[in-house]
Design a protein. Structure first.
Ligand SMILES: Nc1ncnc2c1ncn2[C@@H]1O[C@H](COP(=O)(O)OP(=O)(O)OP(=O)(O)O)[C@@H](O)[C@H]1O
Ligand SMILES: [Mg+2]
Length: 369
């Protein structure tokens, strides 16, 4: 026997009973309404919120402007997990956010905020951190231990090769070649553990990109075409040129490897976008207006690993260590920046957003052009 669906209650009563904090935003990201659950969670009244830009009222450490714009442009819901949400009145709490455009009014957005249980949050974030830490610690130790015997193996093979026939020399060459490859992998693991805090000086992003582009074209990206699409007026960022070079090399290498040896095109795009701000725990905002995008026309990121590519040891490649992007994300976060990725078959965009060097700032007292 089928039950008839009951008539829906008035929307207002659903809104008032919804246990999840929810906010309704107009096309300019101003608050139209907040439900009672949001009032008590944020400790703010509807009256104090109505008509106010939501980003002035909430401290959220994610580039929400961009997320809102994307939800409107794609007319689809977006999810953001594990972000800190606070207000001037209230200490930040880790939450999962959902942003959904309203069906009958596409500019209007529904933002729901689901606070994560305290226990769950402490447990999980600590787990992830210590798991990554012990995995890296273990790998570093192994790397160190394996490098010595490898040097011995490679040396012995070279000695044998001196008196070997041409046929045997092919085999000893193989040993030397393969041990060299392993040593390279191990060095990458060690590098991850050795990362120092970034130096703070004014860095011209285009100089760094140029170095990255030139060295990749003579190496791993020899089969690729690299197109520059720069905004020459871009100001300097504050940071460590060598570490940023490592970031762009890793991204270019991934883009080149994605094409699997076939010719492809990588576009490096730089531009200025003042709208992007990172919100910090203490409620202050930091703008990250320098944008660098590395765009490739490869097959895109495999969906089964897409949500984890920034974790150490996650790789979709046979010989990958899975440390490239973990290193990138560590360096960028040490620089106070933000990295995001958008990937569909045929177009993968890694975007890095960095702060500007304040005028006259330079760690060494020398001005970098
Ligand atoms: N531009 C891209 N296109 C398609 N897939 C990508 C791209 N960039 C990264 N990936 C995927 O993400 C995975 C993780 O990348 P990451 O750089 O962290 O490790 P890796 O390249 O596998 O190894 P390593 O960089 O340490 O040599 C890659 O193995 C690949 O599957
Ligand atoms: Mg890589």
């Amino acid at each position: 026997m089928k039950k008839r669906a009951p008539d829906l209650p008035a929307p207002g009563s659903i809104w008032a009973s919804l246990p999840t904090p929810a906010l309704l935003l107009d096309a300019q990201d101003r608050v139209i309404a907040i439900n009672p659950a949001a009032e008590s969670f944020l400790n703010l009244s509807t009256r104090s919120m109505q008509g106010q830009p939501v980003l002035d009222k909430l401290a959220i450490d994610a580039p929400l402007e961009e997320v809102f714009a994307r939800a409107r442009a794609n007319q689809s819901a977006l999810f953001l997990n594990d972000v800190d949400v606070g207000t001037g009145e209230r200490a930040p709490v880790v939450c999962n956010l959902q942003v959904a455009p309203l069906n009958d009014d596409p500019g209007t957005l529904l933002l729901t905020i689901a606070p994560r249980e305290l226990a769950d949050r402490l447990g999980r974030s600590q787990n992830v951190k210590s798991a990554a830490k012990s995995a890296i610690g273990m790998a570093e130790m192994l790397a160190h231990e394996i490098k010595n015997p490898l040097a011995g193996i490679s040396g012995a093979a070279q000695l044998i090769s001196m008196n070997a026939s041409a046929e045997d020399r092919e085999l000893t060459d193989l040993i030397v070649e393969e041990t060299r490859r392993i040593v390279k992998l191990l060095e990458q693991v060690e590098q991850f553990g050795n990362l120092r805090p970034p130096e703070q000086r004014a860095v011209n992003i285009h100089d760094v990109l140029d170095r990255a582009r030139r060295s990749s074209l003579v190496g791993f990206a020899a089969h690729m075409q690299i197109v520059e699409d720069y905004d020459p007026s871009l100001p300097s960022t504050l940071g460590d040129g060598d570490q940023l070079l490592q970031v762009f090399l890793n991204l270019l290498k991934n883009a080149a490897e994605a094409s699997k040896g076939k010719p492809g095109v990588i576009r490096i795009r730089t531009f200025y976008d003042m709208a992007l701000r990172l919100r910090r725990r203490d409620g202050t905002g930091r703008s990250v207006p320098l944008q660098v995008e590395i765009i490739d026309n490869g097959p895109g990121i495999a969906p089964d690993i897409a949500s984890e590519i920034f974790e150490p040891f996650v790789s979709g490649r046979e010989n990958g260590t899975g440390l490239g992007l973990a290193l990138v994300s560590k360096i960028i976060s040490d620089h106070g920046g933000w990295i995001s990725v958008d990937s569909v078959p045929g177009k993968t965009v890694f975007r890095i957003s960095l702060p500007i060097a304040p005028k006259g700032t330079d760690g060494n007292g020398t001005e970098t052009p």
